[in-house]
Design a binder for this molecule. Structure first.
Ligand code: SAH
Length: 394
């Protein structure tokens, strides 16, 4: 198949020679007259040398590179990339009966820009972030069913909110292959309802798996407050870790119900847990100093774009200051930011400002990040998004 040609301006091939997978629209000298949203394109340098193939998109990121050679982007291509992704998750020891929830494809991190795939037992939840991946969804779904061990039996396509809205793709969330009427997945021996049909993202925040394990380790006998609990992941780990009590807070009533359901699923007779549907900032305002000695702050991304950065940093500072003010002496704070637009240094600086404002003695015990099934392509440092600090507060 002949791919439509894209030729770059002089000097703009440099980042591609270092395998950066994005081409910005300003780097393009000329494009085939009939190139359309989502097309497969072949990219050429200013001297006419072939660089690789990618998906074309109308917008600031104009091409997402899929290959740096001339192999076609077809079903065999996806099969190979998916097999490589799968082999890596095997090497991470994530494919176990007691752990069947993991990220199989993390976009650029798995050399498949524009594609995210999470696995929940035998169901793959596929998210396209580019029109090109959207158009290839059936090919991707078929390739998924050929992974070893019949891992994937059902493929649910969930891209309603992730595709560029200007592309007018009218995507609907639906099964492409099979269907599944239960919604259970295992993570480190704990069980969770995962609402991939209606939940946020693919239904569960798999990226906090290792951080939840670390929390479990600190939980014994502590009074735990899990802010922005969503599915209650941190709460369930804290309960298994012998916390004295666990309070979960989320402004969404649905999230509170999910949390209660997940606690009941793992600990049917539990009386150490209560969940509250409340605004996090208000809740922190109303508690007494010393009520809790282990607090988790895992808010939604405060900055979805660079333009919102200033307000986001203020938000992190304010939230962390509230928690640092109220946490008991000897308390431990797990604090996170999942905003890609906020750097590790910026986040740390906002927590530092919060600490200084409360004048408490604070030490950093751990610096956390995303787990290995959300890998960072070394040529695409933008792929690092999750940051966390564990603080010891006197
Ligand atoms: N910690 C969770 C993920 C958090 S997602 C996990 O481990 O899975 C962010 C959550 O914050 C969402 O459930 C959302 O409903 C909630 N949220 C957003 N704004 C909030 C606010 N102002 N107060 C409380 N919860 C809020």
């Amino acid at each position: 198949m002949e791919y439509k040609a894209i030729t770059l301006k002089r000097g703009k091939e440099e980042s591609l020679k270092r395998f950066h997978p994005w081409i910005f629209s300003g780097a393009i000298a000329s494009a085939a007259a009939d190139v359309e949203e989502g097309d497969l394109v072949s990219v050429y340098g200013s001297n006419g040398e072939f660089i690789g193939n990618g998906h074309y998109q109308i917008g600031s990121i104009a091409v997402r590179m899929l290959t740096f050679d001339d192999r076609p982007v077809d079903e065999a291509f996806f099969e190979q990339r998916l097999n490589e992704a799968y082999a890596m998750r095997g090497a991470l020891n994530l494919l176990r009966p007691d752990n069947n929830a993991f990220r199989l494809v993390h976009g650029e991190g798995d050399f498949l820009p524009g594609l995210v795939i999470d696995i929940y037992d035998h169901t793959a939840v596929v998210q396209a972030h580019s029109p090109g991946m959207h158009f290839m969804r059936d090919t991707i779904a078929r390739a998924l069913t050929r992974l070893p061990g019949q891992l994937v039996k059902n493929v649910y396509y969930k891209s309603e909110t992730t595709l560029p809205y200007k592309a007018h793709l009218d995507s609907v969330n639906d099964y492409i292959i099979g269907r599944m009427d239960t919604d259970l997945a295992n993570e480190n021996g704990l069980r969770f309802h995962v609402d991939w049909l209606k939940g946020q993202k693919t239904g569960f925040f798999i990226d906090q798996r290792e951080n939840r394990s670390l929390l479990e380790h600190y939980a014994p006998n502590r009074k735990v407050l899990n802010m922005f609990c969503y599915t209650g992941g941190f709460s369930v780990y804290a309960l298994r870790g012998q916390a004295a009590l666990v309070h979960s807070v989320d402004s969404s009533a649905k999230a509170v119900k999910l949390t209660n359901d997940n606690v009941a699923l793992n600990f049917p007779e539990e009386n150490r847990h209560t969940a509250y549907a409340e605004d996090a900032f208000k809740y922190l305002d109303n508690i007494q100093p010393g009520d809790y000695d282990l607090i988790i702050l895992d808010p939604p991304a405060f900055a979805k774009h660079k333009s919102a950065l200033r307000n986001a940093l203020q938000g992190y500072r304010r939230l962390n200051a509230q928690a640092l003010e109220k946490i008991a002496s000897g308390g431990i704070l797990f604090t996170f930011s999942c905003s890609q637009a906020v750097s590790k240094e910026q986040f740390r600086l906002s927590v530092f400002s919060a600490a200084a404002q409360t004048r408490r003695r604070v030490r950093i015990l751990h610096q956390l990040t995303q787990p290995a099934d959300h890998p960072i392509n070394i040529y695409h440092p933008e792929g690092e998004y999750l940051k966390g600090l564990v603080l010891y507060v006197e």
